[in-house]
Design a binder for this molecule. Sequence first.
Ligand code: HEC
Ligand code: HEC
Ligand code: HEC
Ligand code: HEC
Ligand code: HEC
Ligand code: HEC
Ligand code: HEC
Ligand code: HEC
Ligand code: HEC
Ligand code: HEC
Length: 315
Amino acid sequence: MKSIVKSLAVTALLGLALVSSAHATPWKNLDAEQLEATLVKKFSEGKYSSKGADSCLMCHKKNDTVTAIFDGVHGQINNSKSPMAGLQCEACHGPQGKHNRGGKEPMISFGKDSKLSASAQNSVCQGCHNDPKQMAWHTSTHNLEEIACADCHVVHAANDPALDKLSVNDTCTSCHTKEKADMNKRSSHPMKWDQMTCVDCHAPHGSMNESALMQPTVNDTCYSCHAEKRGPFLWEHAPVTENCVSCHNPHGSVNDNMLDNRAPQLCQQCHAPDGHASRVVPEPGMDAFGGAKSCLNCHSQIHGSNHPSGSLLQR
Ligand code: HEC
Ligand code: HEC
Ligand code: HEC
Ligand code: HEC
Ligand code: HEC
Ligand code: HEC
Ligand code: HEC
Ligand code: HEC
Ligand code: HEC
Ligand code: HEC
């Protein structure tokens, strides 16, 4: 409990000046900043009701969404760390105050409709969830972009959709529409059937690696499933060793094999105009250089070759 108060107290400092004036003002006249400062102050003062959840359920028990919390981990009384074993609803929503006089005095609320900043919402969760596993969160893009824990997590539910392999892709693509479009393209990782998920490659709470990847580099990410591409090869192809995404889009593409581009254009990003290919004039009916696979017809070992005379990746 102490840690919740402490983390909120920091946020409270920002708004202290506003709080005193806010007290005299009716709730509905407060702007977002004043509202937040007032709720945060109430939270840290900690005048919790003695009846806990019972006092809330008097009015909220008919809402199935609300009572669903008892089906999830946060509603379990037998786990001593669970909110329900302590301050109950108020552990997250803050002290009731005069809210029970018709629900007009606001409570701390969460998610997309909340009037509170993401960091104020999150500090409530972090009061309990502050183990080392959460360390990367602070510098993560999601934190810096003001994404709230409750934008992904649903706590009033038997099963949090963010923790379910069959629904986590929906959680992510509700914001990431470009990746949603990509994963539904002709060639993609099997994400549209939820056989693979965003969190197979990305750490949702951030990581020390670029693009919040789970593995130290893009290539290590790919090797974790496509081990055969790691080599070692007698003849390497430089861009393959360097970065798989110089040719592939990991989320999907309209081209076969999730390629950014089709050959020969794919190759010509780096090899034109020096490549010998540009010197060859394609003839009608011959697609050695002009057809969809072109360069790959001869340079078939595009990821590297172990053939003694495979230096041109042709065998
Ligand atoms: C006397 C009835 C009553 C009691 C008791 C009550 N509430 Fe409410 N609560 C309401 C009403 C009515 C609303 C809707 C207010 C609105 O939409 O403006 C509401 C809204 C809320 C909201 C949404 C707030 C928002 O700003 O969107 C939360 C969260 C909430 N209550 C939590 C609680 C908790 C936790 C308790 C117990 C500590 C509690 N309520 C006790 C009547 C009550
Ligand atoms: C009063 C402490 C407390 C607060 C506040 C709290 N949690 Fe939890 N949370 C727990 C406990 C206890 C568990 C059960 C796992 C454990 O024992 O560590 C848990 C588990 C979880 C899990 C894993 C659920 C699962 O099924 O394994 C998620 C996700 C989570 N909390 C998110 C949140 C979010 C989001 C918030 C803020 C809206 C929040 N928590 C606030 C105590 C808390
Ligand atoms: C971008 C979406 C997203 C955000 C934002 C997010 N989480 Fe999570 N969280 C997830 C996903 C997805 C998992 C499951 C990870 C897995 O299956 O590998 C998870 C797992 C968890 C778990 C259980 C497993 C564990 O790592 O301990 C807890 C607890 C948790 N999150 C708490 C939080 C808290 C607290 C916040 C805010 C500070 C937060 N999450 C923000 C998506 C998110
Ligand atoms: C672990 C923190 C936590 C606890 C404990 C908790 N809530 Fe919530 N509450 C949330 C979050 C987060 C949301 C946003 C929706 C969601 O995640 O389910 C929410 C949403 C709500 C809402 C708005 C629902 C709506 O229809 O929009 C009400 C009302 C509410 N809670 C009341 C309660 C009551 C009553 C209790 C106790 C029985 C309670 N909450 C316990 C975190 C909590
Ligand atoms: C509420 C909206 C929202 C949700 C839900 C969400 N994200 Fe994000 N995410 C963002 C924003 C905003 C950014 C920063 C802008 C961008 O890169 O699109 C971002 C950035 C990222 C990045 C780039 C990180 C970096 O450091 O470059 C990754 C990877 C990512 N999100 C993965 C996920 C995954 C995986 C999930 C689901 C577990 C998820 N996101 C859910 C909003 C969201
Ligand atoms: C097979 C591994 C893999 C999967 C699965 C995956 N990603 Fe990525 N993602 C990557 C890699 C690798 C990058 C870095 C791309 C780069 O550097 O150009 C990336 C980059 C991103 C970025 C940053 C984009 C940018 O332009 O900076 C976002 C956002 C993102 N992924 C979201 C998602 C979402 C949402 C999902 C699930 C629908 C997902 N990813 C699934 C591997 C994956
Ligand atoms: C979690 C495991 C996993 C990771 C990590 C992974 N892949 Fe895959 N990859 C798969 C699976 C599963 C398939 C589908 C195989 C099938 O359909 O036979 C696949 C297929 C592919 C295909 C062929 C797609 C097609 O249309 O046939 C390419 C190309 C590919 N992956 C590239 C990558 C790249 C690049 C990375 C790193 C950014 C990566 N993969 C990371 C599991 C993974
Ligand atoms: C220079 C461009 C390029 C780079 C870089 C590249 N690939 Fe490919 N990749 C291709 C092409 C072209 C194909 C299609 C091969 C074919 O049609 O014979 C392909 C096909 C694939 C396939 C599906 C067919 C197969 O061979 O299994 C996988 C999986 C794959 N690549 C993984 C990777 C991984 C992992 C990396 C990074 C280590 C990587 N690629 C780097 C060009 C590239
Ligand atoms: C991202 C840039 C890039 C792309 C895309 C690319 N390559 Fe390369 N390729 C290189 C580099 C760099 C080398 C090493 C050149 C060197 O060592 O002089 C190389 C070497 C080669 C070699 C061996 C030639 C030699 O001199 O060692 C062949 C053959 C080749 N590439 C064919 C292809 C084909 C075919 C494609 C398309 C499927 C392709 N490359 C796509 C950058 C690229
Ligand atoms: C008909 C088979 C064939 C096709 C198709 C082909 N190549 Fe080649 N490539 C070769 C042979 C044989 C060599 C070695 C002889 C030479 O240098 O001309 C070579 C050499 C290369 C080299 C080494 C540098 C050089 O100029 O000697 C690169 C790079 C290369 N090819 C790229 C490409 C690209 C890019 C394409 C597609 C636009 C392509 N090749 C299409 C057969 C082919």
